[in-house]
Design a protein around this ligand. Structure first.
Ligand code: SF4
Ligand code: SF4
Length: 460
């Protein structure tokens, strides 16, 4: 089998040996513990709570209503009483309004959970089931899947790509899901292919997961519209644009979505969640989290209930053998650092990486030596050392003119930089400011156009 890849990128040590052979273990939240359900667990508008303090809720009952187009509902993962509705900290460091539920330990299921035979369902019914299941991109982005799967009319989809690259070092949750739930993965992909019958389904897996490549290749060998692609182990192979390039050699233009080049990309866990939502009527309530790094006493892959705090999870799996010097929600390249574990897990919590002081050590930042290693390795073809200078000077105009908004925040430049310049960090911060300005300008332009249209109509 040919091994595919993209241009540039980096080869950090993958750290997966710590957990790759650890089968998924189910961890249930403790009776009487409180679980926190932030109303913002996705890209787009936050949900609105549809329960009140004092209400009794069941497993799988909707507690956050999606009122906007780009939004996705939130469901309770336990049964118990709503004890509060208040802002809480999310893994990304922001605060979000959350429904707080005290676990009664009974796990009483909501009566409304009911799936269907997807082969008999219309496309509209499938999309509605995915929407009602609260399915979002579980690889980290959290984009509502029902929106992604229904591109504008006239869009031709040639490929549905399953992102099984899991290129972030240390993470093995998707790998374990591919090994332990392959039937659900294949059926989930068949559901998406039912929506796009002219597309080919390709499951892309990095070649450091030969067991998954072998198992899935064997299982799809008689399915004509599905195949497995072996990808070179390289970061960020799992980035949407780079996965598309590796498999199809198509390039997504700046600012465009994968559908612009006829592709839809969904992560392994997202595809499994599509199956759960459509065939079984089960919304997203569980999540496999890789707990890893040198600090935890028992690294492994744990299936938790969404809403549990990381501190509850650590308490149940034996805590730490070494006091962690750094705690990251996700992988070391792109995950946000957390200063506390009293943070609720969400639909997109893929990992908790806890590093020892030696693992977390980063040498102090020094002057740029103009070696161009950051340029050589940037997967987006940017000039990170220049963007870093624009960020330091606060020159947003030059930052945007030099395509700073195309940065995918992968951290490859910081990883390769011998002077340990904080390239990705400064670029990410400036990108946030400039993207905010761009969005505000677009909103102002829309408001102006609407006001002018109304004024024109009033004249008639
Ligand atoms: S500039 Fe952005 S896209 Fe390029 S390597 Fe750095 S973080 Fe990645
Ligand atoms: S890799 Fe670091 S030292 Fe080299 S050019 Fe880029 S910023 Fe400068």
């Amino acid at each position: 089998m040919q091994t595919l890849t993209f241009k540039r990128g980096v080869h950090p040590p993958d750290g997966k040996a710590l957990t790759q052979d650890k089968a998924i273990k189910v961890i249930l939240p403790k009776e009487n513990s409180e679980l926190f359900f932030p109303m913002s667990q996705h890209i787009g508008a936050p949900c609105e709570p549809c329960v009140q303090k004092g209400d009794y809720v069941k497993v799988g009952q909707k507690i956050g209503e999606a009122k906007a187009f780009i939004c996705s509902p939130i469901f309770s993962s336990i049964s118990g009483e709503v004890t509060d509705i208040r802002p809480v900290l999310t893994p990304g460091g922001a605060k979000s309004l959350a429904v707080v539920i005290k676990n009664d330990g009974k796990m009483t299921e909501y009566e409304g959970i009911k799936g269907g035979d997807y082969t008999q369902m219309t496309n509209e019914e499938i999309i509605a089931a995915i929407k009602n299941g609260g399915v979002v991109g579980l690889g980290g982005a959290g984009f509502p899947t029902h929106v992604k799967l229904a591109p504008p009319p006239g869009t031709k989809i040639d490929y549905v790509l399953v992102n099984g690259a899991e290129c972030e070092p240390y993470l093995t949750c998707d790998y374990r899901l591919m090994l332990e739930q392959p039937e659900r993965l294949i059926k989930g992909l068949q559901i998406v292919l039912k929506l796009h019958p002219n597309a080919k389904g390709v499951i892309g897996i990095e070649d450091n997961k030969p067991e998954a490549i072998k198992l899935l290749s064997e299982m799809v060998k008689d399915i004509p519209n599905i195949e497995v692609a072996s990808l070179q182990k390289k970061f960020p192979q799992g980035s949407e644009k780079h996965l598309i390039y590796a498999i199809t050699k198509r390039e997504v233009p700046s600012g465009a979505l994968p559908a612009a080049v006829g592709c839809i990309v969904d992560n392994v866990d997202t595809i499994i969640s599509i199956y759960n939502a459509v065939a079984e009527g089960r919304p997203i309530m569980r999540r496999v989290v890789t707990v890893t790094g040198g600090a935890p006493a028992n690294p492994g892959n744990y299936q938790i209930r969404v809403g549990m705090t990381f501190s509850d999870l650590m308490e149940q799996i034996g805590g730490f053998k070494v006091e962690p010097a750094k705690m990251i929600a996700g992988g070391p390249m792109m995950g946000p650092t957390m200063y506390t574990l009293d943070v609720a897990t969400t639909k997109t919590s893929s990992a908790l990486l806890c590093l020892t002081p030696a693992e977390a050590y980063i040498p102090p930042e020094r002057n740029c030596i103009r070696c161009a290693k950051c340029v050589e390795h940037c997967p987006m073809g940017l000039q990170p050392f220049m963007l870093n200078q624009f960020a330091i000077r606060g020159d947003g105009e030059a930052f945007v003119a030099n395509h700073g908004l195309d940065c995918i925040e992968c951290g490859s430049c910081s990883y390769e930089c011998p002077a340990k310049r904080q390239l990705a960090q400064s670029i990410r911060a400036t990108k946030k400011i400039e993207a905010g300005k761009k969005a505000a300008a677009a909103a102002a332009a829309r408001a102006k156009a609407e006001a002018e249209k109304k004024a024109e109509e009033a004249k008639k």
